[in-house]
Design a protein around this ligand. Structure first.
Ligand SMILES: [Zn+2]
Length: 337
């Protein structure tokens, strides 16, 4: 995967701004593990205007869930390829920015581990403490790095998460509207889209805007495959990074609309079709057969396309009168809580 990401970076160097759209990448940090360097690549496409809406995509936070990093890479690659000919996409990127960190945890990916090189589960590692009861171990714990879901030392965020925080806030601190989409796999038969919070059951501040956006999605794509719900309905955790970044962004940019979403791909469906996968270390989390991997790449492009377009038209669903907002909130509570 790291070679594939290097290739994309080279490609960006070659085409430069010739596509009429700003393309850039950076490596804010290299993680050192067993004396080897593992870069974290960050790619940005589109306008660099600070107030522009941002789609922020991340994969590979859990290294073993390889499909997340592969899906982020695939989306990024096709987007860059499409810019060669697709005028409408070029137009969209004049107004919005796409930021992708395809592989947040390169050491975990390389060694087929859920955690990073220090044995820390990066999605349990922020300073957020759950307000309601979390499942034993799975909800994040401080017992030992030898057990899965270890949250690390108290108040010590790992390098990967510090890089994620820095990049995220740099890209979004002045943005009017932000959607983040973080790719995971390993839970359930269905593809789920989760929204906050993970640390408490109460709804998050932008539930009305989320409801409006999802209503648009459901009317444009009535046969979509996703189960959309608050993460707290499945399980709750300590140290969720997106809960943390939501609070941080709202502290510095209270006026923005921010929807932190997680795409949790229902990997049990892959296992059901190919039970032999259970014998493989990464089999529970990834589509192993080539055709199933390709199908996964295909499956979510509709959703990405919708997010790009909806950010281009963000005012349509974010600027609601007080009365409409109240109505959206009431309908959302009825639908999801
Ligand atoms: Zn995960």
């Amino acid at each position: 995967m790291i070679q594939q990401l290097e290739k994309l970076a080279k490609k960006i160097d070659q085409v430069g701004d010739s596509l009429g759209v700003k393309l850039c990448y950076e490596i804010p940090i290299e993680i050192i593990y067993q004396r080897k360097k593992y870069p974290i690549f960050v790619y940005s496409i589109g306008t660099q205007k600070p107030s522009a809406p941002v789609l922020f995509i991340t994969g590979g936070i859990h290294g073993l869930e390889k499909i997340g990093a592969q899906l982020a890479w695939s989306f990024l690659k096709t987007t860059i390829d499409k810019l060669n000919w697709d005028q409408s996409l070029r137009f969209i990127f004049k107004n919005i920015r796409l930021v992708v960190i395809p592989l947040v945890n390169p050491v975990g990916y390389s060694y087929q581990m859920r955690s990073n090189g220090n044995g820390v589960d990066l999605m349990r590692n922020s300073p957020i403490v759950a307000r309601d009861k979390v499942p034993f171990l799975l909800g994040g714990h401080a017992f030992s790095k030898k057990l899965p879901w270890y949250q690390g030392r108290e108040n010590q965020m790992e390098m990967e998460n510090l890089a994620l925080k820095e990049i995220f806030l740099k890209e979004t601190k002045k943005s009017n509207c932000v959607i983040s989409l973080d790719f995971h796999s390993g839970f359930g038969m269905k593809d789920r889209i989760w929204f906050p919070f993970s640390y408490k059951k109460e709804p998050f501040d932008h539930l009305p805007e989320l409801y409006s956006l999802i209503s648009l999605f459901e009317s444009s794509h009535p046969y979509h495959v996703y189960q959309i719900e608050p993460q707290s309905k499945s399980y709750m955790i300590n140290g969720d990074m997106w809960d943390f970044l939501f609070i941080k962004l709202k502290e510095i940019n209270a006026a923005s609309v921010y929807l932190p979403l997680t795409l949790e791909m229902g990997s049990w469906a892959w296992v059901k079709k190919n039970p032999l996968q259970l014998l493989m270390r990464d089999g529970v989390f990834n589509p192993i057969k080539e055709h199933r991997l390709k199908r996964t790449y295909r499956r979510h492009h509709l959703l990405f396309d919708f997010f790009l377009k909806s950010l281009q038209s963000y005012e349509h669903w974010t600027k609601q009168s007080l009365i409409l907002r109240e109505k959206s909130k009431r309908l959302a509570l009825e639908k999801w809580y």
